[in-house]
Design a protein around this ligand. Structure first.
Ligand code: SAH
Length: 226
């Protein structure tokens, strides 16, 4: 998969993209990543990407012209047509389901806002508009990184043990529930012991216990998922 991001702070991606699973994904050639600077598509001396809002009010709005030009130019860089996604609190909510859908695309172009957000006309260049949650950040870069990591770990050949993807929280194979509690050695840490069933070696019983825990936990913490 190829992922392009468009941002006025492309350097923000350097650390995240070059560590851990995203680094491995690039090494395995499962992921190709490019961060583009929106200011490269401005023509004035100040390389301005924002202007004051029509109708007045606080803050600045991202201009449609550099966005449209940049998106068209970046799209043309590869024969694969990108699925173009604007990061915005007014978008649909990002989820494991959306991540799975995106993992099926050949190419994504994630567009990061700043200031008060985008001139509404820029959304004409979007295939999707995504929010990562009901809170407001200063820019779309962190949301884009959230999407990149959630999507990349679902790409075939990225995570060594693919079962670890299948059985986790929110996944269809886990009935959309939260994951069960997990433990590793030691079996007793300062009197805090591991549930006996997990030490029993009885796989059917363990499976039953996990299903029940998963359900109880979801009921208690996230009844909205049931
Ligand atoms: N005025 C806007 C918020 C702008 S925040 C509003 O009230 O909806 C500036 C930029 O940060 C946005 O354009 C978007 O790209 C990004 N952003 C902030 N919070 C976000 C979130 N929860 N999900 C996705 N993007 C977000």
């Amino acid at each position: 998969m190829r992922i392009d991001v468009l941002s006025i702070f492309p350097g923000m991606f350097d650390g995240v993209i070059n560590e851990s699973i995203l680094k491995i994904a690039q090494r395995e050639e499962a992921l190709e990543f490019y961060a583009h600077d929106l200011r490269d598509w401005t023509h004035d001396l100040h390389r301005s990407v924002d202007d004051s809002p029509y109708g007045g009010g606080a803050g600045m709005v991202m201009k449609v012209e550099p966005l449209a030009n940049a998106i068209e130019a970046i799209t043309a860089l590869d024969v694969r047509k990108p699925h173009i996604v604007f990061m915005a609190p007014v978008g649909k909510q990002f989820s494991q389901g959306v991540a799975a859908e995106y993992a099926g695309y050949d190419r994504l172009l994630l567009v990061c806002g700043r200031y008060e957000g985008f001139d509404e006309r820029a959304f004409d260049w979007a295939d999707d508009c995504l929010s990562i949650g009901d809170y407001v950040l200063a820019g779309g870069e962190l949301p884009a990184m959230v999407v990149i990591e959630a999507v990349t770990r679902l790409l075939p050949s990225v995570l060594g043990n693919s079962m670890s993807i299948i059985e986790e929280s929110f996944s269809a194979d886990n009935d959309g529930l939260l994951e069960h509690p997990q433990y590793t050695r030691p079996a007793d840490f300062r009197g805090k012991t591991v549930p006996k069933v997990l030490l029993s070696g009885n796989h059917a019983e363990i499976e039953k216990w996990r299903k029940k825990q998963s359900l109880m936990r979801t009921q208690e913490r996230r009844p909205d998922l049931l």
